[in-house]
Design a protein around this ligand. Structure first.
Ligand SMILES: Cc1cc2nc3c(=O)[nH]c(=O)nc-3n(C[C@H](O)[C@H](O)[C@H](O)COP(=O)(O)OP(=O)(O)OC[C@H]3O[C@@H](n4cnc5c(N)ncnc54)[C@H](O)[C@@H]3O)c2cc1C
Length: 326
């Protein structure tokens, strides 16, 4: 359990917005802890498209998702934010000079203010029934490291953009990649489907993975039921179940905030309806909102500067220019 003085800001969500807020808080001399229910920083970028190129972040004509996240982590690092990864913020109660935030597992984090950068909330992958009990033992929902699949036979299950993204990303490193989809049509963009076909990726449609088969406890192959045909058994050391996800603000909805279409309403200072609680990034809602990484960065700066003044009314709202800092 974190002990000692309360953090100036507890940032809820280690996506791009929360990470940039951690940098910004450090720049303003504020101490931070940053909590995320995922085991790695980077939010949607790390979880869903770490290998994709992003073209609309200022200053980067093109940046790979993973590299953008690493840059954000590096940028915040000098200020030593405390990372509380793999833990969800559950409840918030006032404690006199701030808040007690209880994480799942019962830890209490004390903070003088809260910045919610929880994006679209906690995302839960849609399950692959045959893979029950195999998560982390051969089955994954996201691919944080392509190299972990080097030389493996990989079966990707799904028919959306993410499934095809993983197929294309894994194709150069895996021994083989097969895509299995339960329908004949794909939700994925046609261009990406054509790209996979052009690479000669085996695509099995109208088919479902029905069984995970182990040898000495390790995943060895999968059985696939194909409509109107004999089942197929394919070698597989790895199954990527890319069936989409559900997203849910979850506990945040009961933190006494104004919730607007599954987001948190804020004013132009990024303040929520609750004193000392701010929101930024995808989770923050106001008229004209555009949910983009670039927007989240600006909102993080606005939120942190306003928190700085809230915590110390003598402080200036304008932080000065970082280019003038030592
Ligand atoms: C496939 C795809 C491609 C995209 N491409 C682009 C693009 O090219 N350009 C662009 O600008 N945007 C793009 N986006 C959108 C972009 O990823 C989001 O706008 C951005 O990630 C929002 O950042 P965020 O930090 O606000 O939230 P998120 O990235 O959603 O991070 C929020 C974090 O909060 C955590 N969290 C939620 N609730 C809790 C809780 N109670 N306790 C602890 N942790 C919690 C979540 O686990 C998550 O890690 C894309 C999105 C997707 C899905």
């Amino acid at each position: 359990m974190p002990t000692g003085d309360p953090f100036d800001i507890l940032i809820v969500g280690a996506g791009p917005t929360g990470l940039f807020a951690a940098y910004y808080a450090g720049f303003r001399g504020l101490s931070t802890a940053i909590v995320d229910s995922l085991p790695e920083a980077g939010g949607q970028v790390t979880a869903m498209y770490p290998e994709k190129m992003i073209y609309d972040v200022g200053g980067f004509p093109a940046v790979r998702g993973r590299d953008l996240v690493q840059g954000l982590v590096d940028q915040a690092a000098p200020w030593k934010p405390t990372y509380l990864l793999g833990r969800k913020a559950e409840t918030v109660t006032e404690n006199g000079d701030g808040f007690d935030v209880v994480l799942d597992g019962g830890e209490i984090v004390k903070a003088r203010s809260i910045l919610i950068s929880a994006g679209i909330g906690e995302f839960t992958p849609r399950p692959l029934p045959a893979g029950d009990g195999w998560l982390g033992r051969g089955m994954v929902h996201f691919v944080p490291s392509l190299q972990a699949h080097a030389g493996q036979h990989v079966v990707v299950v799904g028919g959306g953009d993410s499934a095809f993204d993983w197929v294309l990303a894994l194709h150069p490193v895996a021994a083989s990649v097969t895509l299995v989809h339960r329908r004949a049509k794909f939700r994925a963009a046609e261009s990406i489907v054509r790209e996979a076909q052009a690479l000669g990726v085996r695509i099995i449609t109208d088919a479902e993975v029905t069984k995970f088969i182990d040898v000495d406890g390790a995943l060895d192959s999968v059985e696939i039921a194909v409509k109107g045909a004999e089942p197929v058994v394919l070698p597989a050391q790895s199954v990527v179940a890319a069936l989409g996800f559900t997203a849910d603000l979850g506990p945040i909805e009961s933190w006494g905030l104004e919730i607007d279409h599954r987001a948190v309403a804020v004013d132009s200072t990024m303040a929520t309806a609750r004193d000392r609680v701010y929101a930024a990034g995808d989770v923050a809602s106001y008229p004209g909102k555009v949910k983009l990484i670039a927007t989240g960065f600006g909102e993080a700066a606005t939120a942190v500067n306003n928190i700085a003044v809230k915590l110390d009314p003598e402080a200036h709202l304008f932080p000065g220019h970082s280019s003038n800092a030592e």
